[in-house]
Design a protein around this ligand. Structure first.
Ligand code: OAD
Ligand code: ZN
Length: 270
């Protein structure tokens, strides 16, 4: 169900002949989008808390921990290798594409994703894609392999080897470059989010495909939205964020986001 309370006056538009072709509409609009696993679900990537979230009877909340890695690094790597493989084979869906479109159209834009996959980065809209400075992967990047003992890290885009990687610098075990349960978020990434929030209130905040169980997700969304801004939740289920949303769209992200983004872009282009 779609509850739209469009406030076109918020979204002033400056259409310029000199605009690059991918941003026919240059909205003087600040947008924050926050995504979670639900946005990649329609690309075939299982969510964490959904029915396909368990792997060989393992709860991801138990596997994605420093304790699991210490006690069985092979098992943890096997799980991550399978996830990397699935992600490499997956394609961005209409939700990722709609977000890339909004990023190209909005005057100021930041995506904060909890997803460690690269589907946001790979999504295209009219040939353009989301630039790295417009995206924060707050829970890390599954394709990064980093040392558990020193600062060494690299990005592994090709098929993984079948054993636990060792650091070429110090010999310690390497681990996936993601944030595990019980670990701190990367301070530099927090700074990027906080920096964006400090620059001013957002006209539109879209929170899609997340259970919003982490306090900072709800807090960032609520803090970001300006007094007359829209806080739009896209999720088939209710979440702790729902009570703060000005609009709730209870549909899959791949169904809802293309229309929502079109309505935002065309409302502001009249
Ligand atoms: P979850 O697996 O907790 O939640 C997925 C959410 O997406 C649920 O609220 C579903 O209702 C919703 N959903 C499912 N299919 C959808 C669809 N097609 N369109 C829109 N929504 C859909 O995933 P996250 O909220 O991302 O953290 O989980 C947050 C974090 O917890 C993850 O980043 C990960 C996890 O454990 C770490 O690993 C640190
Ligand atoms: Zn090392």
């Amino acid at each position: 169900m779609l509850h739209l309370a469009a406030k076109p006056h918020l979204f002033n538009i400056a259409r310029g002949a000199a605009d690059p072709p991918h941003s026919r509409y240059c909205l003087t609009m600040r947008v924050l989008v926050i995504t979670g696993a639900g946005v990649s679900a329609e690309s075939g990537i299982p969510t964490f808390r959904g029915k396909d979230g368990y792997w060989r009877n393992w709860d991801p909340a138990k596997l994605a921990t420093p304790t699991a890695f210490q006690s069985d690094p092979n098992l943890v790597w096997e799980w991550y290798r399978e996830r990397r493989k699935r992600i490499r084979a997956a394609q961005p869906n209409p939700a990722h594409e709609a977000i890339a479109r909004l990023a190209a159209a909005a005057g100021e834009f930041l995506l904060v994703t909890q997803n460690v996959d690269d589907l946001h980065a790979r999504a295209r809209w009219e040939g353009t894609h989301l630039s790295p400075e417009k995206m924060v992967q707050i829970h890390g990047d599954i394709f990064v392999t980093r040392c558990s003992g020193c600062d060494f890290g690299r990005r592994d885009l090709r098929e993984d080897e079948k054993e636990v990687p060792k650091c070429p610098d110090c010999g310690s075990l390497m681990r996936p470059g993601v944030v595990w349960f019980g670990e701190q978020l990367d301070l530099r990434e927090i700074e990027r989010v906080e920096g964006y929030l400090h620059q001013g209130p957002c006209d539109a905040v879209i929170v899609a495909g997340t259970t919003a169980l982490f306090g900072y997700i709800v807090e960032w969304a609520v803090r970001a939205v300006g007094e007359s801004g829209r806080l739009i939740e896209v999720n088939p289920e209710e979440t702790p964020l729902s009570q703060f949303a000005t609009e709730q769209i209870r549909e899959p992200a791949g169904v809802a986001l293309p229309g929502l983004v079109t309505s935002i872009v065309s409302d502001t282009s009249r």
